[in-house]
Design a protein around this ligand. Structure first.
Ligand code: GRF
Length: 208
């Protein structure tokens, strides 16, 4: 069993999608051991408790990043977390956080990186006039939205889209992508060279 730790700041729909996938047997050999939020009012914490999962807020407002991160790391270690999944965690990780889980932190971003990093990616795609966008699951390194890409899924941009309708279409893809990416990463059946992640598809497995 790979022990997952989820970090979120708000709604938590990606977390809920992962939790459902585990419960329904679509994500195998993984369990969520702790859900952490830097905000006490995160709806994702309420959802986590409904799933019967340990959920804890460690408020970050006004706190030194490395001090806050040290507390987060302590909790993740206490719950013996193997893989950290950032799911709408709206806070940069300090280098010491990244080093504490080398190659074991994933993030999901609502664009096809390297296009539209940072905040409000669907709005950025819309304003740029992109016709295709989507989502990216990537490993986290010291730079924002820059780590090695595990997988991406595409969403179309429609003429009458608003940032809200486009975000919703991307989110549907996110919920599929994160589960698939976690399954690939915890299988350990992959290699990374330079920026290229390659999943070694096992015959008989339907995870590509
Ligand atoms: C998602 O769009 C994710 O890509 C981004 O933050 C949003 C979180 O949504 N990093 P949710 O909290 O998982 O519903």
């Amino acid at each position: 069993m790979t022990r997952l730790g989820i970090l979120l700041s708000a709604r938590g729909s990606n977390f809920v999608a992962i939790a459902h996938a585990i419960r329904e047997g679509r994500l195998l050999d993984a369990e969520i051991c702790i859900v952490l939020s830097n905000r006490e009012d995160a709806a994702g914490l309420v959802a986590a408790r409904r799933f019967g999962l340990p959920a804890l807020a460690i408020p970050s407002r006004g706190r030194d990043r490395s001090e806050h991160d040290a507390e987060m790391i302590e909790q993740l270690r206490h719950h013996r977390v193997d893989v950290v999944c950032l799911a709408g965690y709206m806070r940069l990780l300090s280098p010491s956080f990244v080093k504490a889980f080398p190659g074991r932190i994933l993030n999901i971003h609502p664009s096809l990186l390297p296009a539209f990093p940072g905040l409000e990616a669907p709005r950025q795609a819309l304003e740029y006039g992109a016709k295709l966008t989507g989502c990216t699951v990537h490993f986290v390194d010291e730079e924002l939205d820059r780590g090695v890409i595990v997988l991406q899924r595409v969403a179309t941009v429609e003429d009458d889209d608003t940032a809200e309708t486009l975000s919703a279409r991307i989110l549907e893809q996110e919920h599929i992508a994160y589960t698939d990416a976690i399954q690939r990463v915890i299988s350990n059946e992959y290699e990374v060279s330079e920026r290229r992640y390659r999943f070694k598809h096992k015959p008989g497995s339907d995870t590509r």
